[in-house]
Design a binder for this molecule. Structure first.
Ligand code: HEM
Length: 412
């Protein structure tokens, strides 16, 4: 028996229809077109009021769930809302592990990965993150400013991931080169999606072959651990190793870069908030959570209904693609007071930016440390920083990200 098939890892064995097929709903009466929305918070506010579960014919057709309570419930209910492809807008990540898997295989891989993201493991990364941030930020501050997105932010998370996974110095150099190339086509969704899919593969292949020759302690080295996995008692395949390693890079880089950009943009444009945070640096973690709530790097997670589901008066058909819209849920007035306002004193900030339920972001503690350390250093090493040119949005659909953030900085 082919065990990888019985484990459900192969696409053809999934119970779902291929993702390229249109969904059952014919689109009648649907007026939600995310590809042409310019003001997402306003559009999500309208939809939460008028149609909290809505269909869109964009990207081959998909449903959106907009309310915090519904998004949370659906995120937990993995039996009705199956994972299989993380984005409605890209079709290329369908074999990503663990994000595209469902229990029991998800449980197996997730339990394995969790050991590398325990609090003590993340704490051990802190000096490395502090060093990476200082190395990039210090010369930037000395130069009086410039495009902080291009010069600083977009290198921090890939550098942290390279260290987390134990990539060699030459491996990191060629990865930086590929990041430059991908950045150059950021505005072209199709070209960018294609490059994204292969961006990390060479680094992951390097890790796999290096650890074959020079195995490290699997309890501390992720790729050495991955090599020893035995899903359903048979050795892990090369393809699975690549999928696992690639997902760690792909999930942790762009998202965290976007959040670092949103933090900078907020405090470089809201100088009263910057002043308040300088006076109360103990509020940096709260400030980070508020940035994450209002500017989630990924607007939505994606599922497919395993059976017909009735929600908010709409019937989501079996096999229909369903987006769990965390960006809307994070601004739901029924969950957050002053939902549209940035509040440094917000208590119990239960935003869904890292998702919820079994697939909740594995790397959230790492991302939070990167954001905290960057924020602390930026504030501690400067007297002020202000936006110098209108920030350039990333331009990717259903994302909050940046292509350029030019600031003036006054160092100490
Ligand atoms: C601000 C930064 C980040 C954001 C906003 C973010 C967001 C998310 C979200 C929304 C999910 C859930 C996807 C779903 O339910 O389908 C997720 C899953 C995941 N994230 Fe993150 N992420 C971030 C940083 C990171 C980092 C730094 C890493 C790695 C070190 C990482 C690794 C992962 C992995 C492996 C998964 C899949 C978990 C699973 O399927 O069980 N993420 N992330």
């Amino acid at each position: 028996m082919n065990l990888s098939v019985s484990l459900g890892l192969r696409r053809k064995n999934h119970v779902m229809k291929p993702w390229t097929e249109p969904t059952n709903y014919d689109g009648a009466g649907s007026d939600y077109r995310p590809t042409s929305v310019s003001d997402f918070p306003a559009e999500y506010r309208r939809l939460r009021e008028e149609s909290p579960v809505v269909h869109s014919s964009d990207f081959g057709g998909f449903w959106s769930i907009l309310k915090h309570e519904d998004v949370s419930r659906a995120s937990r209910d993995w039996k009705k809302f199956l994972s299989g492809q993380p984005f409605v807008e890209y079709k290329s990540f369908s074999d990503a592990i663990p994000i595209s898997t469902n229990p029991p295989q998800h449980t197996y891989f997730r339990k394995f990965l969790n050991q590398y993201f325990k609090p003590e493991r993340v704490a051990a990364l802190v000096p490395e993150i502090e060093h990476s941030v200082a190395e990039l930020l210090d010369p930037f501050i000395r130069s009086g400013g410039g495009d902080i997105y291009r010069d600083v932010l977009r290198f921090i998370p890939p550098g942290v991931l390279a260290r987390l996974l134990g990539l060699s110095a030459t491996g990191w150099e060629s990865l930086s080169q590929r990041l430059e190339e991908a950045d150059a086509v950021r505005h072209d969704t199709i070209a960018f999606g294609r490059l994204q899919a292969n961006l990390w593969t060479a680094s992951v292949e390097e890790l796999i072959s290096d650890r074959a020759e020079h195995p490290r302690d699997p309890s501390s080295d992720i790729m050495s651990g991955i090599r020893q996995l035995e899903p359903e008692g048979r050795p892990i395949t090369h393809e699975e190793m690549v999928n696992l390693g690639t997902q760690l890079f792909a999930a942790g880089a762009d998202t965290t870069i976007a959040a670092l950009g949103s933090f900078t943009v907020h405090f470089a444009t809201h100088l009263e908030d910057q002043k308040a945070l300088r006076a109360r640096p103990d509020l940096i973690p709260a400030a980070v959570e508020e940035v994450l709530r209002l500017s989630p790097p990924i607007h939505q997670t994606t599922r497919r209904a395993s059976e017909p589901v009735v929600m908010a008066g709409q019937t989501i058909g079996q096999d229909d693609v369903v987006a769990l819209n965390v960006a809307s849920a994070n601004r739901d007035e029924d969950k957050f007071s002053d939902a549209e306002q940035f509040r440094l004193d917000r208590q119990g900030n239960q935003h869904l930016t890292f998702g919820f339920g079994p697939h909740m972001c594995l790397g959230a503690p790492v991302a939070r440390e990167e954001l905290r350390i960057f924020a602390e250093q930026l504030l501690a090493k400067t007297r002020s920083f202000e936006i110098d040119q209108a920030p350039e949005p990333g331009g990717r659909p259903l994302r909050s990200g940046w292509a350029g953030v030019t600031v003036r900085v006054e160092g100490l």
